[in-house]
Design a protein around this ligand. Sequence first.
Ligand code: URP
Ligand code: ZN
Ligand code: ZN
Ligand code: ZN
Length: 460
Amino acid sequence: MSLLIKNGRIITAADDYVADIFIEGESITAIGKNLPITATREIDASGKLIFPGGIDPHVHLAMPFMGTFSSDTHETGTRAALFGGTTTVIDFVLQTQGHSLKEALDDWNSRARGTAVGDYSFHMAVTDFNENTKAEIKTMIEEEGITSFKTFMAYKGALMIDDRQMVALMQEVKKHGGMVTVHATNGDMIDYLVAQNKASGNLSPRYHYISQPEVTEAEASGRFADISNYTGCPGYIVHLTCEGALNAVRNATRRNQHVFVETCIQYLLLDRSYYERGFESAKWVMSPPLREPKDQDTLWAGINQGLVNVVATDHCPFMWEQKLMGKDDFSKIPNGHPAIENRMELLYSEGVHEKKITLNKFVEVACTNPAKIFGMFPRKGTIGIGSDADLVIFDPNEEHVLSVSSHHMNVDYSAYEGWPVTGKVKMVLLRGQVAIENGECLLQKGAGQFIRRNKVKGII
Ligand code: URP
Ligand code: ZN
Ligand code: ZN
Ligand code: ZN
């Protein structure tokens, strides 16, 4: 099977040119102007943009969390991702405290293998670092191809580790060529503020926001940067939301340190006003919470300054009925919102179309940097000879509106209901196979492959 995509405008993190792309099997084997090649199928991409398949390095599929499971499975979540132009996701395996990393991995494999429609990889979330866990780090990196380890400085009593464990984990991960990623907020302080609000009878969703002030994130981001600097272990802050936290990273650059930073599409586009909608605000209860307009400005600027390296989603959907678990107590609302399908189109529309970022920057933060940082480049994250033929054919002018009535995520509301978008994913290829065409997914359950990742470089 071979495919020839003709006359598309090819956009990578560095390039912008019109050419043909020839695909044999799963990978790109030639790129050039007017390629003198015949293929099994020819696709005319005149007037369209061609991006590398999007990589969302922060998703939670079928994750046990806060007494329930996130509502997208590996099947529904990766299929929805493909509809939105994301061909690879990195999901989080969660160690259960008192149990091994291997047990958790077996558990996640049993859900993802043979069900994912798009490609996927795993981060390993270490929630209990001890002598046994320590012995598993090398195996995860060298035998399982899992080279990034997620930590939580929050969710006290459930997922949180203390600084003692953080230092020890970072020392071990550094030794074997991995990276530590972090949910950086001060868990003790949040735990106290949540209890204080509940004791005062402040139980509505807006107190979720009030219990996680900017300082909780700024403090923890600085502390994480310090531990990363001390241990020399590459560090990556997930879902960074605010000016204070980004300034902690900026400060770290003054001692020549580079902490990788991810923000998520919602923190660029939505603000705290969503917490003034009564219980409907539960749709946007996530941690950290949405912030102020000044934080959105900081994040857009941070992307252009090269301080914010990645735009992900932290896709963690819950059905409305699940959100209702916190009807009388904000601390029981399962945290998270759906966006896996919307990230690429929203970032294009609000970023490129609105002239906040360039086309090349769009590809850099949505495709290339996630691949580079997490050890998948150049197989993933770019359009080049030898790369996987993961491609998005995109109409930059088509206007449409986001809605629960047209999305493919397994969740019964849209966090972006009625949002007008300019630019639409028209066709998606996954490793040379047509995944999305004419609004249909042509791949079956199980078409997605687990992507083993290389050791991380700590530089991009
Ligand atoms: O609210 C969120 N972010 N839910 C998912 C878990 C996490 O903290 O990333
Ligand atoms: Zn066990
Ligand atoms: Zn988190
Ligand atoms: Zn998350």
